[in-house]
Unconditional design. Structure first.
Lengths: 504, 504
């Protein structure tokens, strides 16, 4: 076949996880309009090739510097890196058919039950960045229509198989995971040192926030380094039994990260996709025993006992089929846990609990003890029913704090030292006398995000009251912290629109 | 609220119909990572504002010319035009919540039946370019799950209401529309002059090809101008009763064009969306009487009588509710109609039929007469059952050709004169002796697209055999025409992979 050659060029645009190629509309070698309608092109250079979505670039009519020459092919930042050729290298392009597994997506749209092989093909194509965000949305929405429990299992298995899978020298590797949605709630930073101090291996890999104000990785990073490679992590686990590191660069179930990048902005949050996402990550991380925390409340992800039980059973079915020892704890999800919302403020709360400060948030302390107790009971040597007592003892006698300090030292110093709550503050006050009857978790998360979370780690919300507290008009309910004037403006304006706390 | 100002700049990238804004990752005024997760921003400048999806631009580390300054906001070609401010004008940005109607999309994903008000809000947001392609995909796939007939009606009505609606001075305005999928099949260019010659008003607005090798507008543009404004179109209809113009710039059901730009690449083609798309366009164009052509065949869009009847009833239900006089013709969709696939080759066939050339494609002639006859019977003055006889008469006595020539003269000369079939040709031959038993419409369309259709109007496929013809090994089955070497390479390589014709 005749191949017209183009020079490859990096176009410094972050197109999320989608490969995007740029071609001048007045490119002389190719009929670009024909390519555009096909939407996807295959780029060939040397022995390398890449699938990308084609965007057309106009000639700059106003005499300004052109983005691309007529003989160039631009690639977005990540696509350029994935192709791995130097700038100026010669490449050819050809129209690419859509990924073969899209045919299964179309069948799913039409109501089909897909086979494990279908899911494998879909997840392989997604991991290889062969799906556009539009195609990812189509797969997610079609799956949200319905999935059998067997399909959830097949999807989870496919996500595990396409990615790295960690193994550990010990027989028992425990973990805990919360399905999310509750502001604060940074129990992991307390559970891990308690469990590790007891002697169970808990090599915790956490995510950074995607649409929440803080992930555990963001919060731990206030205190120490979290970007730890696998060899270093193995060393820490051998020495300390526990760690709290960022899992994002370990290629654990990589398709999951790509799916989440579309799920979150669309607000798709089905139980089926949640189960596949969480369990694929945990199995990939080498866990053998897993405690799932399902907060239940009127504004939580799970709002009723019926929903909670349905979700619990789905976790159990898929977990059992994957050979996990899985337990589910249904917890109180009616309000935030702890006082801080945002990395610095949440790290402060967790350390206060570990230090057994008298004014440490009691709800965070008690929930952490409860969860740690459930995890400890995975240990055959712990007498049934004694987990909670044991967890409380490890926390109260300072072993958990000592373990946390050793873990932090082993992971290394934080990238930025001495982070403080953001200096721009505003107290949001009670509009009337009364009792705090409700805190809207979604609204408080939203305001904290606008204040700069999770990027500006000192930004966020510090809660000064809890549900049930009696307040007088003008009493502060919470304090907004921000680091930049524009973000401070966004957050305070949002609080003016709706404070997210009902006093009645 | 504090507003940090940025200078607006046009980034010459065609992002289809989606507004895209570009901001440097190292922008000093805004915490861009926080904005990115929110995905959408509202751009304010003077009294103008615009919703856009935010892409982050990296600083160019290699010393090359930066795409944007740290104090600039880039806007994609169409977004810059929509905002309407000069380059360098000051703008501020703020995080924008997703379009309000996405909440209805989420309910649809969860299985809800939406109200007419829900559909109105969705279609208004789509027309205002407030949906990303990912969000459009979510709406389309959720709707593809199921829609009640009442929902199809509500969607159609919303698409009509949000857009321009043409009115005509005559009581009866007729039209015909084929649901598509059959290569060639350019009957419209024969039906319109027959019907107009009889004296019925048929102000035909057609689309350009999106994923097919040629639309009627592309094919008519080989012969004459098709970019006609509304006043000129009214004048032509007053004089000639018929025209064949491009409808794309008339804002007829504009949401439909946006939905199609996502439907086509995803291959979503449900009957519900087809009915809403076609009928919203026709009602917007002011049609009172409409003939729908549903080709049925093993590789056509409609593959069985059961499907055809279901689709016919849906057209009838929605058409009746909208006050249209609607008839449905179920036709033979087992193979291409006519010989040419591609604008120049199809225009050649249509003119051969109008001139009553002895070697004109008889299948195109007979199908056009049949459809024109059905349209003519909308006229109360035509005796029942006499439409086909009348259509044949108007074609055979030269009135249709004369009318076509007057319409072409009225629309003005083609933008490029004297177009010929592409000079690069290759004959694809029979692999064995036998009878042509099948022609794969989708495969032939695909090869014609690769050859350069519809942009290079002379490119495409010229069929040299029909289903049922007896051939010997080596006899040419069809000829590929292309204008550019790269396209010629793509098309011939695709034909090498599968010729799309079965000889058995």
């Amino acid at each position: 076949m005749l191949k017209a050659m183009l020079k490859v060029r990096r176009v410094p645009i972050d197109t999320h996880s989608e490969n995007v190629a740029f071609l001048r509309r007045d490119c002389t070698q190719y009929t670009v309009e024909g390519l555009r309608a096909l939407a996807k092109i295959e780029v060939h250079g040397g022995r390398r090739h890449l699938l990308a979505t084609l965007n057309l670039v106009e000639a700059n009519g106003n005499g300004a510097h052109a983005l691309l020459g007529t003989d160039e092919l631009g690639l977005s930042t990540e696509a350029f890196a994935r192709l791995g050729l130097p700038a100026g290298a010669e490449v050819s392009i050809e129209p690419a058919p859509p990924p073969g597994s899209l045919e299964s997506v179309r069948r799913k749209i039409n109501g089909a039950v897909l086979t494990p092989d279908n899911y494998r093909a879909i997840i392989e194509d997604i991991s290889d960045h062969r799906y556009s965000r539009m195609e990812l949305a189509a797969f997610l929405v079609a799956s949200a229509g319905f999935m059998t429990t067997e399909e959830v299992l097949a999807l989870t298995q496919a996500m595990v198989e396409v990615g790295q899978r960690l193994t550990w020298p010990m027989d028992m590797v425990v973990d805990k995971h919360c399905i999310g949605g509750i502001p604060g709630n940074r129990t992991t930073m307390i559970v891990v040192p308690i469990v590790a101090a007891h002697g169970l291996a808990i090599p915790k890999t956490s995510s950074r926030a995607i649409t929440s104000p803080a992930g555990t990785a963001d919060t731990m990073e206030v205190l120490c380094n979290v970007t730890v490679d696998l060899d270093h992590m193995r060393h820490i686990i051998a020495e300390e039994k526990g760690c709290l590191v960022w899992g994002g660069h370990m290629r654990l179930a990589p398709a999951d990260d790509i799916l989440i990048s579309v799920e979150r902005p669309l607000g798709i949050d089905t139980q089926e996709q949640m189960v596949a996402s969480i369990l694929s990550k945990k199995v990939s991380a080498g866990s053998t025993h897993l405690l799932i925390d399902i907060p239940m409340g009127p504004q939580a992800k799970v709002r009723s006992q019926v929903e909670a039980v349905r979700l619990r059973k789905m976790f159990e079915f898929v977990g059992d089929a994957l050979g996990l020892n899985l337990e589910v704890a249904i917890t109180d999800g009616r309000q935030p846990i702890g006082r801080g919302i945002g990395p610095v403020l949440e790290a402060r709360d967790a350390m206060a609990v570990l230090r057994c400060d008298l004014d440490a948030p009691q709800d965070l302390r008690e929930k952490s003890i409860l969860l740690a107790g459930r995890v400890l009971e995975f240990d055959p040597a712990v007498r049934g029913g004694q987990g909670v007592r044991l967890a409380r003892e490890i926390l109260d006698d300072g072993r958990a704090l000592a373990k946390m300090e050793r873990i932090m030292a082993a992971q290394g110093p934080a990238p930025v030292l001495g982070l403080q709550p953001g200096p721009l503050t505003r107290d949001v006050v009670a509009p009337a006398d009364g009792v705090v009857v409700n805190m809207d978790c979604a609204r408080l998360n939203h305001i904290a995000r606008l204040a700069g979370c999770p990027m500006d780690k000192g930004s966020g919300i510090d809660l000064l009251q809890s549900v049930g507290d009696r307040v007088r008009k003008g009493d502060p309910l919470y304090r907004i912290h921000a680091c930049r004037p524009a973000d401070f403006g966004f957050a305070t304006a949002a609080a003016d629109d709706g404070i997210g706390v009902i006093v009645g």
